[in-house]
Design a protein around this ligand. Structure first.
Ligand code: ASP
Length: 351
């Protein structure tokens, strides 16, 4: 009897030990697979075709995308937050005339530059946004200041410019945003409008010849070492926009969304459709309520929902496990991603 009891006790100990080892092993596997941190960016989606690109232009875009993502990568690697990585990465693209954000923003019908931006913290669900500013050099910094230092989520127009000044952000003359390329793109659209006999405003505004100049927003999504997600988006909007038009970029849930339970998303594309489809939040909601993976959710929203309405564009996103998505239904999207090991992917066209 004693012997039987001894054997029972021994097998219980062995069983418990085995289970502990098994649990430890599966957690280790998850940790090994999950990157320590992750980052992904876009520099706009649209009719970006290789036949319209020179090798020099392509190299310039790729170099700037790489510079931008390396900036965020260094922040994350050194233990910085995803919010800082997103802000600093976007600053690099805002300061480059290549993208439709900050310097190089597209022109409105009145030949001004009106900038929009937003940022969201996946940990607290805090968010900040600004729309239609004309003097703030880096609108993503303003969005961040709105989130951190104001009781509001979104500021617009003159009030937003004034708040930026009060916050000590870098203020510039509106002329700072001028680039010949964007100005010429506006003139071309206006010319098309004049010569089209049977147009309505909508067809002239979105003429297919100028599709390339329509887009070019910048955005970033990141996961930091502490498991916090963040996303941000900055843009000049759409060429020839009128009447104080605001796109999806500064709309939380459309252009930008981040939630530690699901993912962080930044959008680019035809803003009106992205607002109607609530793109960024919808991706998160499909993950949260329907259990879809990031890839499945992004595919459904961009192709079925936005595409179904007749809109075009794309998103970049990171989920809470560091998986990355770069989904678009346009010919191309300037994009890049880097994992915690420093493996870099920079792409422009559909591949
Ligand atoms: N989504 C932006 C807007 O509609 C444009 C873009 O992404 O390039 O304002």
């Amino acid at each position: 009897m004693k012997k039987i009891l001894y054997l029972c006790a021994l097998s219980l100990v062995l069983f418990t030990c085995k289970n502990e080892v098994a649990t430890e092993k599966s957690e280790t596997t998850i940790n090994q697979e999950r990157p320590e941190f992750s980052i992904v960016i876009h520099g706009g989606a649209g009719t970006i075709l290789k036949k319209n690109m020179t090798p020099e232009k392509e190299a310039a875009y790729k170099a700037k995308l790489e510079e931008a993502i390396r900036t965020g990568y260094e922040v994350l690697k050194n233990g910085g937050t995803s919010l800082d990585a997103v802000t600093k990465t976007i600053n690099v693209m805002e300061d480059s005339p290549l993208f439709n954000a900050g310097k190089g923003a597209v022109f409105t019908n009145e030949e001004t530059n009106e900038l929009d931006a937003s940022i969201m913290d996946g940990k607290s669900l805090n968010a900040g946004a600004s729309a239609g500013t004309t003097t703030v050099r880096n609108p993503i910094d303003l969005a961040r200041a709105v989130m951190d230092n104001s009781p509001h989520v979104m500021l617009s127009g003159k009030g937003a410019d004034r708040f930026a000044k009060e916050q000590g952000l870098q203020i510039v003359e509106p002329r700072y945003f001028y680039t010949e390329r964007r100005f010429n793109a506006l003139q071309k659209i206006k010319e098309t409008q004049k010569t089209e006999l049977d147009h309505d405003d909508k067809t002239a505004f979105y003429d297919s010849d100028i599709k390339d100049s329509k887009f070019g927003t910048v955005g970033c999504a990141a996961l930091d070492k502490y498991g916090n997600l963040a996303a941000g988006t900055s843009t000049g909007g759409m060429t020839n926009k009128r009447w104080g038009r605001v796109g999806d970029a500064p709309i939380i849930g459309a252009g930008t969304y981040a939630n530690n339970n699901t993912c962080a998303v930044s959008s680019t594309g035809w803003g009106e459709y992205f607002i109607r489809a609530m793109v960024a939040h919808d991706i998160s909601a499909l993950m949260e309520y329907k259990g879809l993976s990031l890839k499945e959710a992004a595919h459904e929203v961009i192709h079925d929902k936005v595409g179904g309405l007749g809109g075009d564009g794309g998103i970049v996103a990171v989920d809470k496990n560091g998986n990355v998505a770069m989904e678009f239904n346009t010919a191309g999207m300037y994009r890049a991603t880097m994992n915690d090991k420093g493996d870099l992917i920079v792409k422009i066209y559909k591949e």
